[in-house]
Design a protein around this ligand. Sequence first.
Ligand code: ATP
Ligand code: MG
Length: 569
Amino acid sequence: MPAEEKDEEALRSLDFIRQIVADDVAAGKHGGRVQTRFPPEPNGYLHIGHAKSICLNFGIAREFGGLCNLRFDDTNPVVEEEEYVKAIQEDIRWLGFDWDDRLFYASDYFETLHGYAVDLIRQGKAYVDSQSPEEIRETRGSLTRPGTPSPFRDRTVEENLDLFARMREGKMEEGSCVLRAKIDMASPNMNLRDPVLYRIKKATHHRTGDTWCIYPTYDFAHGYSDSIEGITHSLCTLEFENHRPLYDWLLQQLPIHQPRQIEFARLNLTHTVMSKRKLLELVKDGHVSGWDDPRLPTLRGMRRRGYPPEALRRFCEIIGVTKFDGVTDIALLEHVIREQLNEETPRRLAVLDPLKVILTNYPEGEHEELECINNPQNPDAGTRKVPFSRELYIERSDFLEAPPKKFFRLAPGREVRLRYAYFITCQNVVKDSSGNVVALECTYDPATRGGDAPDGRKVKGTIHWVDATASVEAEVRLFEHLFAAEKPEEVPDGGDWKDNLNPASLVVRHGCRLEPSLADLAAGERVQFERLGYFTPDPVDSRPDRLVFLRTVALKDKWARMQKKGGRG
Ligand code: ATP
Ligand code: MG
């Protein structure tokens, strides 16, 4: 077994959920069958946190020869939209997973779920409570004080059946009554204090229309939906740990398939907010350009930005699953993206802040093509020809008129290497009337073609360039973290998490110059601009007559530096 696979085996063996599943399979539980589900609520777009859950659920199914369902948890008609249903499916497929024909909706089970509720009423385990929502809230008690039983708690089965039927028929007003489980108003677990199972909502549902005016709560619908689908392991995030006794109680009241709920810690990332409510606010208030803004942690944003789905899967594998609620350094995610791109992307030349260079001893009207290596990491990637002539552009920051000690790039009288081209020497600095540097007059040494001097003379700096006339113009967008603060949600009293937005998170550079081959790069392709980072054409705004490139990730690797120093985040 190759070393890398062994590592991955080891990573997996540490994962407590896979251990439970393996034990269940070995014990022949559910006939050795494994079935999981990914249950998004269609009220927003998927983000990298969801990717963790997707990789876990689909990954476990794949590894244990089982199945994973996609189930829309669409029990709340008020906030859900068809737009999200489509987008979520696209995003899961893009991430590399497939549910085959197992696409389900909790709303498909409304009739069955209603039947289960009626069963509970018949058994005397659920009742219609006619208290107002405020009264129900007030009589729930607190962590230190038990709840008070509702005056309607002891209604007869007949009365409850009748009232529940009238709720369903739309004869009751919204808020006038609810169906509650009859469990224990004194339970130390608040979730067991006669939780609400059904409420009246006279709203149109995106799939069932106006068929229903009563809707099950999440707790009621979730476990039973798991049961209906034959789910064996229902994996959810830690905030549901306290709901597990209710999950189990509801299932145990009925002679139906009994899945098991297991909780794991959700993914949190530094410099990021992950709550759908907050992401929606950023989109609605125009702090970002949309759900696919490349700075968002949404899968749409990451796809647009050029993050490869393989790298996101790899990231989820590396972070693993635990019960520890921590915050992952976003530098790790960027590191994984960079590692993947380093291996697979071709190198190209581009100048983001052009400064003209005129080679005074290069014959006017002539040009040539120089051979450039496509990927030093991968010899099979071969070479390409890049045009070169008398007028070039270099990066403005690669020249300093009065260079400090450790600056080895271009300066008056100094010789440097143009990558894959020639040695050049700066002879004269051309300035405008206000003293700004507008061009450099340089000489080149024809004997150094390809980038080496036959006399063995060395230069300390190598800089990138493009041909002034053959290069193409582009807009380039650079990104920093959307939030300057490491934990954007931690704000002082009276502060707003949006105060932590980073005003410099988007930098737009106009008039950048790219080597000509970049004009034909297809959407979804990624390249490295030498010395500048990894880039992709913007699938949304780039057009043949107006190129727009996005920086997927810069070359600077904060994570790798941290590893070297020995401080693993
Ligand atoms: P909401 O607050 O709207 O419920 P949610 O983030 O829980 O938001 P869901 O659509 O219910 O959104 O999530 C679908 C699945 O993804 C759930 O099983 C949920 O536990 C999981 N999930 C959501 N966020 C994360 C996260 N940050 N890390 C890991 N799993 C997550
Ligand atoms: Mg949720």
